[in-house]
Design a protein around this ligand. Structure first.
Ligand SMILES: N[C@@H](CCC(=O)N[C@@H](CS)C(=O)NCC(=O)O)C(=O)O
Length: 305
């Protein structure tokens, strides 16, 4: 993890930006694509949630990496056995980096998850979660039952509003917590942490009298926000120093929204593994937590409704 000269953290853009589409290089077909994810990673969790919401479990297979991201990056279970972590069934990689280097031996970017892998062409289609979830939303519809085709997380009439919400939630909340946690100067931290909480205040206002962020239905804007909210009290409050308030004590409406999606919608609950989440963050950033000790609380990780 590198920071800028002023101590602030900037996330590098993703490298693979191809699409699954009819008539394209990557045709939408059953059992052709594989998703490499970490349960710890909020960006990867977006793709897991949308895969479930769209009923793509039998169409797109998944492997989960081990949560302890060390010097060689994300390991598979073959390199670092861990409960609920998998080996790589298609490439027998020991680490996620091996996938990238298999495709491009001189690859110079970051070895990130999620990775959408094409099993037929043996290559990476895309490693940008915001684009992967858009593909999952529509590209495989011809293979799905009517009730799953109808699940539309980016409906045309709400697109402008969804884009507008994503535009400030991404820098100030999703990536804002990282900007707070990875800052290496007081100024960079102060700026980032206040931006996180101002944006959370704004979310709390939006949820006043409303069930979802945009319109009156679940959209990708909710998926994108929620992956950060569910990690907030267990990890970001402590590890990333986002401790002006907790969600459970400081944001009653946002808290209820987080709980309801977790407890009432299995796509959210089954994509969440608090052990992987907590172990990953507290173990993988020794510059922030050199002892790698994982704290016990909060208990519980998410309160019952
Ligand atoms: N823009 C990417 C970001 C993915 C990302 O940063 N993933 C992190 C884990 S949360 C990662 O794999 N980091 C490994 C590294 O930077 O070496 C996306 O949204 O898909």
């Amino acid at each position: 993890m590198k920071t800028e000269d002023d101590g602030s953290f900037k996330r590098a853009p993703s490298s693979y930006r191809n699409v699954v589409e009819k008539g394209g290089k990557h045709e939408p077909e059953a059992d052709r694509y594989h998703l490499y994810v970490s349960y710890a990673c909020p960006w990867a969790t977006r793709t897991l949630i949308v895969r479930k919401l769209k009923g793509l479990e039998n169409i797109i297979s998944v492997s989960v990496v081990s949560p302890r991201m060390g010097e060689r990056g994300w390991p598979f279970a073959s390199a670092d056995p861990y409960p609920d972590a998998d080996e790589d069934p298609f490439n027998q990689s020991s680490h996620v980096r091996d996938l990238y280097l298999k495709v491009e031996p001189n690859y110079g970017g970051r070895f990130t998850v999620p990775v959408l892998w094409d099993k037929k062409l043996h290559t990476i289609v895309n490693n940008e979660s915001s684009e992967i979830i858009r593909m999952f939303n529509t590209a495989f519809n011809h293979l799905l039952p009517e009730e799953k085709v109808k699940v539309d997380l980016y409906p045309s009439e709400l697109r402008a509003e969804i884009d507008a919400v994503n535009e400030w939630i991404y820098p100030n909340i999703n990536n804002g917590v990282y900007r707070s946690g990875f800052a290496t100067t007081q100024d960079a931290y102060s700026k980032a942490v206040h931006e996180v909480f101002e944006a959370l205040d704004r979310v709390e206002e939006i949820l006043n009298g409303k069930e979802y962020l945009v319109g009156d239905r679940l959209t990708e804007a909710d998926v994108r926000l929620w992956v950060t909210l569910i990690r907030f009290d267990p990890v970001y409050v402590g590890h990333f120093k986002c401790n002006l308030r907790t969600i459970r004590d400081g944001y009653p409406l946002t808290h209820k929204y987080t709980q309801k999606l977790y407890w009432n919608n299995d796509a959210f609950k089954s994509s969440t593994n608090f052990d992987h989440i907590k172990t990953h963050y507290y173990w993988s950033h020794p510059m922030i937590n050199p002892t790698r000790v994982v704290p016990a609380g909060p208990v519980p990780n998410i309160l019952p409704l």
